[in-house]
Design a protein around this ligand. Structure first.
Ligand SMILES: Cc1ncc(COP(=O)(O)O)c(C=O)c1O
Length: 310
């Protein structure tokens, strides 16, 4: 067991911490477990460290209003684990599918990770970006046994819109995990700048009112977007994100050539993220970031509507 003193290692950004984590815990030629579709640097962190990805696809469900919601297939999750899997890279809230996992879901994942003796790296960068009624539960808070095998990655960069200030951090209560993380980072990853530390401290101690306003704006943008897609974009379906500011649009029924990403880029001059970069389950989807002024969102959606009409 760890000594329960939280150990915090500061790094300039979270993506470098994902790579350090694979280096430290993924094992030589080992495999890294992750849910897909997922934020592309999850996939590249394993590949950069010559590790195989063992992917557990989250399950696509669509309700009678055309709203997509993903669920975990726990049997598929467990079945993806191989004898050389040492590490589970977890994204909660889940980019790109917008889920904020509930306690019972986290507990079932935790139970599987314990049984297979996995280290869990929980990327919780979107933890403050929740819609009303949602609660973020840190994976490491589930139990002392889970905390003892968990490293949590966080940063103020999403919530307070300050990625260029370069500050993120890794937290664990297990001294051995902290040591291995720090050893893997040594010589590769620098520290945040003084400005980054100061900005993080200011964000966390003084900027809650700003965040509250931003969240209200984001929720209104989300609702506008979901309604717009339902009313105006035939053949396109969206998630109604519980967290993050990212919508995940299923364009498969619209049959867009050569693929939805290039279709919208060329015909609408709207740049989404290409779903196929998010791993299995991403083909035929695009990701839309609605953390922008409403006028920008409106114009993008209008252009998409017109492009779909041909
Ligand atoms: C899940 C997740 N992790 C990490 C990052 C990037 O963090 P950073 O800019 O600190 O590398 C993002 C940004 O989109 C993200 O969505």
């Amino acid at each position: 067991m760890g000594d329960y003193l939280p150990q915090i290692t500061f790094v300039p950004n979270l993506v470098s911490a994902l790579n350090v984590t694979c280096r430290a815990f993924g094992g030589d030629g080992g495999s890294v477990l992750m849910q897909v579709p997922n934020y592309p640097p999850f996939l590249s962190a394993a590949a950069n460290n010559h590790q195989t990805i063992v992917a557990a696809e989250v399950v696509y469900k669509r309700d009678e209003n055309g709203i997509i919601r993903y669920e975990i297939d726990f049997d598929a999750f467990e079945a993806a684990i191989t004898p050389d899997t040492k590490l589970f890279l977890f994204c909660n809230p889940h980019n790109p599918v917008g889920r904020v996992y509930q306690r019972w879901e986290l507990e079932r994942l935790a139970e599987i990770c314990l049984r297979h003796d996995l280290i869990v790296c929980s990327d919780e960068i979107h933890c403050d970006l929740l819609t009303p009624g949602q609660t973020h539960i840190p994976f490491a808070s589930l139990s002392p046994e889970i905390a003892d095998r968990c490293i949590t990655l966080m940063s103020p960069s999403k919530s307070f819109n300050m990625p260029t200030l370069d500050v993120a951090f890794a937290i664990t209560t297990n001294a051995d995990i902290a040591k291995r993380f720090n050893q893997a980072a040594a010589g590769f990853v620098s520290h945040p700048s003084g400005l980054g530390y100061a900005a993080a401290q200011t964000a966390y101690t003084e900027c809650q009112p700003w965040l509250d306003e931003a969240l209200a704006y984001l929720t209104a943008n989300r609702d506008y977007l979901v309604d717009y897609v339902q009313q105006n974009l035939p053949g396109i379906y969206t998630t109604c994100p519980e967290g993050t500011y990212l919508a995940w649009l299923d364009c498969r029924e619209a049959n867009l050539e050569p693929d939805p990403y290039h279709f919208f880029l060329e015909k609408a001059r709207v740049g989404f993220n290409n779903g196929k970069d998010f791993g299995p389950g991403g083909e035929g989807f695009v990701r839309l970031n609605y953390a922008c002024p409403r006028a920008t969102l409106t114009e993008a959606l209008e252009r998409v509507r017109v492009a779909l009409q041909g």
